[in-house]
Design a binder for this molecule. Sequence first.
Ligand code: SF4
Ligand code: FES
Length: 274
Amino acid sequence: MAAPTPRPRRDTMGAAATRAANTFNQRITLRILRYDAETGGKPEYREYTVDADPTDRVLDALNTVKWYQDGTLTYRRSCAHGICGSDAMRINGVNRLACKVLIRDVGNHVTIEPLMGFRVLKDLVVDMEPFFAQYRSVLPFLVSDAAVPPDGRERIQSVDDRERFDDTTKCILCAACTTSCPSFWADENFVGPAAIVNAHRFIFDSRDDAADERLEILNDREGVWRCRTIFNCTEACPREIRITKAIGEVKKAILKGSARAEPIRHVTGAHAHG
Ligand code: SF4
Ligand code: FES
């Protein structure tokens, strides 16, 4: 009987060596602002040193601290892929999602702080309830006078009508915009860019019947007019929503007294700023 043909062996040692060469070749210091509202005291920075791969995300480094060095470190995260919006925080002074920022882009010394303008509950976890209260105040859901769609089955919309509010459908409610807004820092009752973005999403939806009501809500002294067109919100948004442009469109609709007459403008070419 012929001897069995030896199966080719996988070069596991070589692969491991290659991985070792590529992995953990960056030693970074995380300087994290720690605070616990339950025990009080003063917020203070604590430093942690971790080994990381340049293509790790800041969230990976935080996980390394929490899982292997200090289990008391507290922060929110869920999807780890820029979808749930739960890990917005200040990274080197800029509002970012920790799961979307690569270690190689932040350098070897990273300062991490909670979002500004909300009460800190613990470490990087802030009280988001005022943010969601502002969000709820603009009726962020479809309101239709017709209980049953005209054809009894669907609320049909043209491609152009759907395109009208496409940008503002992308919001993941991370609060990076609102907490980077100087108008919000100065006045916590300002409805904030995130709520306006979510109002915009329905105000310009041809199937919705509550645009006038939302415009009235936003025509308040704590509504859109608190926006001073500073653009911080647009720069902070991890979804690249043109927030300042959306706020401008809501302001214009208030001045015209209607959202419906707004002509559809197509943005072509490079990503328009605004
Ligand atoms: S508009 Fe952008 S920054 Fe603001 S909450 Fe939505 S996703 Fe976050
Ligand atoms: S963990 Fe979900 S967006 Fe970062």
